[in-house]
Design a protein around this ligand. Structure first.
Ligand SMILES: [Zn+2]
Length: 501
C-alpha cells in the first residue's frame, strides 16, 4: 500500500495544485519508472503500481542453494502502463499478467515486464512470476544479502533483501500483506513473519511451511530462515500468537533464551510508552552467522553473539521498539533512517530506566559527554547520514540524543503523548521527519525547528546537552548520579556493535 512522499501532502490545499497534479497523472500510457526516486537507492521500488498482497511459494534445497517457485502479486495500476518493473535478481522462467503470458527482460536487479495488453490506471494487476536459481551468486549495490548457514539459509537483511528471493516493488513506501510458503528438506524448520498457518508433507520428501502476515509489511521486513531450530509455539499472556525459534548450534543458548523468551514482558513495557502493540503475532529467532539483529516484522532475528556476555534484553527492547517505529510506521525514504534507529535506541534507554540501570536522562548525558567535540562521530548527520553511513553509531546514539533533546524541549507530558500518537496516527503507513516535527509542535505548542536543525542536520557537537543547559539540568536535578551503573549500561547497549540494525 503505497503513499507518495511529500508531493501530495503540502500541496493539496489549493485547487490550482490539485488541477496540476490531476493533469500530470492523466499522461499518455508509458512505461512505469524503474525506481521511486529514493535519494540513496534510486532504482529501489518502481513507479506505476501499488501492491496489496504477495503470495511467495518457493522450495529451497540448502545443499545446492537452489531456490525455485512462484510469486503471485496482487496490485493496482496507478497510471496507464505499457510496461512496468519489478525488483528481482534471480533467473525468471515465465511471467503472466492478468492470466496472459507476458514478455520480460532482466538487467541488474530490474525485471521489466511487457504485458500482452496495456494496463489502465486503476485496473487490477495479477502478476505471476516463476523462477529458479541459486541466490548466493548475486550482488546488488556491491553486496550479497543472501546468507547460507551450516544447515540452511537466511533471507534477513536491510535495506535490501527481497530481490534475492521474491520479485517485488522493493521500497518501504509500498507495503502489502503476505503469504509466505517455503518447502525445505525434512528435519529443517522454516521460520517467517506472522502466524504459522500449518505445515504439509510433500510427495518429494520436502516439508512445506506456510506463514501469513495480516498487517501490511515492507519488503525488507519479510524474511525466511531455514535451519535446524528448536521451536516453541504458544499464546502470549496478552493472547497474541507467540513463536520463538533457536538454532540448535548456538554458542549461548541459555543466555539467548533468558533474553528473547522475555519478549512478551518487554513488549508489555513498550506498550506503556508507545501504545498498543501493532501486530497479531510476536516472537524471535536466534541464529549464528548473521552478525546483526533485524526487526523483521512480528519476529526479529538475532545473532547469537548478542548473548555472548549473558542475557541482553536491550537488544530485544530495541528490535521490539521497531515494531512500532520502523515496521508499523515505515520510512518514506532511506535518508530518514534516524526515525527508525533514534527511537529504537531511545527505547533501550527507557528500558534501562525501567530496569534501574540508569535513566534515559543519565544515559543521554553520558553519551553527550563521552564523545569529545573533535570526535568524527559528530560529523555524521543522523538526519541525512549518506548511504555509506546509514547504520553508523551516530544514527543510533545521536539519533537517540535527538529524541531526548526533543523531550527536553517539549516537556515530558507532551513528549510521551507524541510517543503514543505518532505510531497511532501513522499505523500501517509511512511517516516523514517533517510530519513528526509538525505533530511534536502541535502537541507541545512550541516551535521546534531549531532542535531538529541542531541535532539532525548540523555537523559538530551541539553546544548544549540533550538535557538542556546546566541551569535547566540543575533545576531538574538530573545530573548523573551513578557513573558505575551508567558505564555498565553503556557496555550492554554497545553489544550491538556487532553491526546492529
Ligand atoms: Zn535498529
Amino acid at each position: 500500500m503505497s503513499l507518495r512522499k511529500r508531493a501530495g501532502f503540502t500541496t493539496a490545499a489549493t485547487g490550482l495544485t490539485v488541477l496540476l497534479l490531476t493533469s500530470t497523472a492523466s499522461a499518455a500510457p508509458g512505461p512505469g519508472s524503474p525506481g521511486v526516486g529514493d535519494p540513496y537507492y534510486p532504482l529501489d521500488g518502481n513507479g506505476g503500481y501499488d501492491v496489496s498482497h504477495y503470495d511467495v511459494r518457493v522450495s529451497y534445497q540448502p545443499e545446492s542453494d537452489r531456490l525455485s517457485g512462484t510469486t503471485t502479486i496482487l496490485a493496482k495500476a496507478t497510471q496507464d502502463l505499457t510496461t512496468f518493473n519489478l525488483d528481482f535478481l534471480l533467473n525468471v522462467d515465465s511471467v503472466r499478467v492478468n492470466n496472459r503470458p507476458a514478455k520480460f527482460s532482466t538487467d541488474g536487479g530490474e525485471l521489466t515486464v511487457d504485458p500482452a495488453q496495456d494496463l489502465h490506471k486503476g485496473s487490477r494487476m495479477l502478476v505471476v512470476v516463476k523462477y529458479s536459481d541459486t541466490p548466493n551468486k548475486y550482488e546488488l549495490y556491491g553486496y550479497n544479502a543472501w546468507k547460507q548457514t551450516a544447515t540452511g539459509a537466511l533471507a534477513v537483511d536491510q535495506p535490501h533483501m527481497a530481490p534475492w528471493w521474491f520479485p517485488s516493488n522493493n521500497h518501504p513506501t509500498d507495503k502489502a500483506t503476505y503469504d509466505i510458503s517455503v518447502a525445505a528438506p525434512e528435519g529443517l524448520e522454516v521460520i517467517s513473519n506472522g502466524t504459522l498457518v500449518g505445515t504439509s508433507q510433500q510427495i518429494d520428501g520436502m516439508v512445506r511451511w506456510h506463514w501469513r502476515s495480516k498487517q501490511p509489511q515492507a519488503t525488507y521486513l519479510a524474511f525466511m530462515a531455514v535451519e535446524d531450530y528448536d521451536v516453541s509455539e504458544e499464546l502470549a499472556p496478552n493472547g497474541l500468537y507467540y513463536l520463538n525459534a533457536y538454532a540448535k548450534d548456538l554458542q549461548n543458548p541459555d543466555a539467548a533464551r533468558a533474553s528473547v523468551d522475555r519478549t512478551p514482558e518487554v513488549t508489555e513495557f513498550l506498550e506503556t510508552k508507545f501504545g498498543k502493540y501493532p501486530f497479531e503475532a510476536l516472537g524471535g529467532v536466534v541464529t549464528t552467522g548473521l552478525g546483526f539483529a533485524l526487526e523483521t516484522q512480528t519476529r526479529p532475528v538475532y545473532d547469537d553473539g548478542f548473548f555472548a556476555r549473558g542475557a541482553n534484553t536491550y537488544v530485544v527492547a530495541h528490535e521490539q521498539a521497531h515494531q512500532w517505529y520502523g515496521d508499523s510506521v515505515s520510512l518514506g525514504s532511506w535518508d530518514e533512517i534516524w526515525l527508525n534507529e533514534g527511537f529504537a535506541a531511545y527505547a533501550e534507554w527507557l528500558w534501562s530506566e525501567e530496569q534501574g540501570e540508569g535513566t534515559a536522562a543519565e544515559i543521554a548525558q553520558f553519551y553527550y559527554d563521552s564523545y569529545a567535540a573533535d570526535d568524527p562521530f559528530w560529523d555524521v548527520l543522523p538526519g541525512d547520514p549518506g548511504a555509506e553511513n546509514q547504520f553508523h553509531d551516530a544514527v543510533y546514539d545521536r539519533g537517540a540524543m535527538t529524541v531526548h533533546a526533543l523531550r527536553t524541549a517539549m516537556g515530558d507530558k507532551a513528549f510521551f503523548k507524541l510517543l503514543k500518537q505518532w505510531p497511532k496516527k501513522k499505523r500501517n503507513d509511512v511517516g516523514t521527519t517533517p510530519e513528526l516535527i509538525k505533530l511534536a509542535e502541535k502537541l507541545s505548542g512550541k516551535q521546534l525547528d531549531e532542535v531538529f536543525q541542531t541535532w539532525l542536520y548540523t555537523a559538530g557537537k551541539p553546544a548544549t546537552s540533550p538535557n538542556g543547559d546546566a541551569a535547566v539540568r540543575a533545576a531538574k536535578a538530573e545530573a548523573p548520579k551513578s557513573v558505575a551503573k551508567i558505564d555498565r549500561t553503556h557496555k550492554l547497549l554497545h553489544q550491538r556493535e556487532l553491526a546492529h540494525k
